[in-house]
Design a protein around this ligand. Sequence first.
Ligand SMILES: Cc1ncc(C[n+]2csc(CCOP(=O)(O)OP(=O)(O)O)c2C)c(N)n1
Ligand SMILES: [Mg+2]
Length: 571
Amino acid sequence: MFDKRTGEIMTSQLIEAGVEHIYGMPGDSINEFMDDLRKQQDKLQFIQVRHEEVGALAASSYAKLTDKLGVCMSIAGPGAIHLLNGLYDAKKDGAPVLAIIGQVSSEAVGTNAFQEINLQTLFQDVAVFTEQAESSEQLPDLLNMAIRTAYTESGVSVLIVPDDLFAEKHKKQPELTSSGFVKPHVEPSEMVYTNAVDLLKEAKKPVILAGRGTKNAKKELLAFAERMQAPIVFSLLGKGILPDYHPLNLGQHGQIGTKPAYEAMMEADLIIMVGTSFPYRSFLPKDTKAIQIEKESQKIGNYYPITEGLCGDSKVILQKLTNRIEQKNASFLEKYQTKMKKWHMHIESEKLKKREPIQAPQVMNALEELVDDEAIIACDVGNVTVWTVRYFPFTNQDFLISGRLATMGSGLPGAIAGQLAYPDKQVVAICGDGGFGMVMQDFITAVKYDLPVKVIVLNNSKIGMIKYEQQQMGHLNYETNLGEMDYAQFANSCGGVGFRIEQEKELEEKMQQAFMTSKPTIIDVAIEDKAPLPGKIGYEQAVHYSEFLIKNFFKNKKIEFHDLEETIERL
Ligand SMILES: Cc1ncc(C[n+]2csc(CCOP(=O)(O)OP(=O)(O)O)c2C)c(N)n1
Ligand SMILES: [Mg+2]
């Protein structure tokens, strides 16, 4: 006779949908479901995190990395609130994530019970699906609907369940709906293709701006760029799609980007945006013809006035466009290849300088020798992003970051998720001390689950990015110092391994030792706090920076010259 708890049925559904891990913290309002999960732990592992935000960020990172559903779980009230930041990360970067959230038991719902908050209101903005179950009969279907919606809308589904419902029994096999999903196949019309091809044929200085949407269309992107003889600049989320030293790659675009990328973009007579929602208008030319290839129609024209929009799969569209155009002349591309060579030489020479105290480029230089081609690099948000993106040459590594939410503290959760998803890969987190400090309690999670992640902390004792933002606005610095902290000692006290590097002469050797350990490791490098200069410095920025220098002079009777010369050189 059929006699199953709702939680048992749901656990089987999750396993069938390919879910391997659920990140969360047990507690009241999910205790019933925990018991169902316990019984299936060989097939579906519950990863206990120390803060639910880390759980949600890990679920989001897992989804970004694998294109599969990331799942997190929390109790009602405080646990649910903790999830929010990670869920917003998933929303902003279009990652399919399911959050299963406990609620107070059915008879108490609506009575302002202990830990009861209005969860539907709380998650309304972040989620594409938010439902609170009212009966156990609904739950299998609601779960399928939540999974389908997260996938079809590339977003967050929130399923809220009063804990007692997990324990209720089904006396007969529920007539399940499907958790599988189908996405529509959209293709531009023939007329749109013809218009786009005309624009491509006319263009003499075409530049491709590619984003994460080209991740599964690398071959087609390259074939198209070669036929067009067009340089490619990438958004931040497009990092790693092509090797940094590929002759068609001009690097990242925007504040974190390269000078050749900025200059090529400003000179372009046609921009071809592919799979990107690049939002920084000031890094795009004022009035240039533009083609946008994008699978989500609502994004077409959202960031730039588009001459022709092609809605659909970039793989298919790029291939069809390539087939319809003749090989183009290389002169524009060659000009930027020469500039890019100079840029690479400049970056390389910065990395090779022996500096005391150590600076971030030296750390990237030491790291380059030790990181595998197939590694996963989970990067945090701050100046650390710029150092990584500019100075670590990607070959074939996967890059993880909180792209559009840009939340600090995303590095470690990304590394945890990456190592769980790919146990055989090398996984490296590159964090600032500020970002790591926001989630460091979960290094213990890496130790607990024996995840041999390598966490590099670029420790400048500051929220460096904000220090320089304040200066660029012409303000004196206020509350940007973090204070000293030895993260290596912290690693040891968690049961992992810690290396503290303070001098240039110990950098290479200690890094090598750290990469030989098979335990979770923190490499805490004390670096001089320096500002990475933007690929483009505007007149206004320079004026504001001078204001800061003058104010600082009157305050300290001292001018900070360290970036002034380079700033002037770049102008
Ligand atoms: C959760 C969150 N709070 C605040 C910010 C604003 N913010 C952006 S970068 C940054 C500084 C990061 O400092 P750190 O991690 O030490 O990196 P650094 O810039 O020093 O390399 C801050 C405070 C943010 N992006 N996310
Ligand atoms: Mg810092």
